[in-house]
Design a protein around this ligand. Structure first.
Ligand SMILES: [Zn+2]
Length: 113
């Protein structure tokens, strides 16, 4: 039996909390999300909780990178390490980036246990 990937992986988009396709990535320790609002992206475990003040901004980044539709290789992968950089290069105010920096250096939740 062939499994249809689209119908079997329903979930909640970690960025906008609306129904979306969410499934484990085959390549990295992250989830693949296909959200009609936030676009196509991969997101590491615990990212949404850690960056919850910035989720709307991150969603802006994923949206921008999702049109035209990216290939699997060029799809944005959100990690603890690249989110501050992604936001820094997006022209957002510095006060916000300071805040992000704090989050970045205060990661209390172990990612992989
Ligand atoms: Zn979304």
């Amino acid at each position: 039996m062939v499994t249809k990937e689209d119908s079997t992986h329903k979930g909640i988009c970690p960025l906008c909390n609306k129904p979306a396709q969410v499934k484990p990535s085959q390549q990295v320790d992250a989830h693949v999300v296909i959200c009609e609002r936030c676009g196509y992206f991969r997101i590491g475990h615990g990212i949404a909780e850690q960056f919850k003040e910035q989720l709307h901004l991150i969603a802006g980044l994923t949206r921008k990178s999702s049109f035209p539709r990216p290939s699997v290789e060029t799809r944005l992968t959100l990690t603890y390490d690249n989110i501050p950089e992604l936001l820094a290069t997006s022209g957002l105010p510095e006060s916000l980036l300071d805040q992000l920096d704090k989050v970045h250096h205060n990661r209390l939740i172990p990612l992989y246990t």
